[in-house]
Write a protein that binds this ligand. Structure first.
Ligand code: PRP
Length: 204
């Protein structure tokens, strides 16, 4: 069975497998390989460009950065070190349910935000916007807490998979409808450590 067909059947919302049957587990190590899509040098340039734009817009503002775990941890670390702004950084971890059925995805806040949000200037940092369900959930949640301002910075956008409309205020790169891994993004908890952004390809 071609990788794309397997993925369309089993993945829920960001092009990465969520449920991996045993026979696919047996294939994956030998036949599914990451191929570089955006090399680390280009990521670095993209992150610097984003930092310049964000810094320009938030000069003189006490910024509250909220990073969505786990996928955003490397991007967040690189971005905030380039911002040169007096910011606070907090993390939220979100989890989806119903991942075996694309239409039944439900996002839950696993780890509540333990910092005041009301009246703050918030920048949410996300690694990849795919269906948009994850980021829509957190933006709606934060909006209800009445921040002074609320914007979204995403490293990657995969618009071909969008289900929920999302406004990305600061975007690094647009990616094709491929299985993206690396630079914090996983496939079944693998490949987060890769320095480049890669697409998984089936060599079988
Ligand atoms: C991934 C990714 C985004 C989200 C995007 O997270 O890191 O947060 O999915 O998908 P969406 O736009 O379709 O909602 P995942 O749920 O895999 O958790 P992780 O970051 O801990 O790997």
């Amino acid at each position: 069975m071609p990788l794309r067909e397997i993925a369309n059947y089993y993945c829920s919302h960001n092009g990465l497998f969520r449920v991996i049957p045993q026979k696919i587990k047996e294939r994956r190590n030998s036949q599914i390989k990451p191929r570089i899509l955006i090399p680390s040098s280009e990521i670095e340039a993209g992150v610097s460009r984003l930092a310049t734009d964000i810094r320009r817009d938030y000069l003189g503002v006490n910024l509250l950065v909220i990073s969505i775990l786990k996928g955003s941890f490397i991007f967040t670390a690189d971005l905030i070190r380039r911002l040169d702004l007096p910011l606070e950084v907090h993390f939220v971890q979100l989890s989806s349910y119903g991942r075996r059925m694309e239409s039944a995805g439900k996002v839950q806040l696993m780890q509540p935000l333990n910092c005041p949000v009301k009246g703050r200037h918030i920048l949410v940092i996300e690694d990849i916007v795919d269906t948009g369900k994850t980021v829509s959930f957190i933006m709606e949640y934060l909006k209800r807490e009445q921040p002074a301002s609320l914007k979204l910075c995403a490293l990657l956008d995969k618009p071909s998979r969008r289900v929920v409309p999302v406004t990305i205020d600061y975007l690094g790169f647009t990616v094709p409808d491929k299985f993206i891994v690396g630079y914090g993004i996983d496939w079944d908890e693998k490949f987060r450590y890769l320095p480049d952004i890669c697409a998984l390809e089936d060599e079988g």
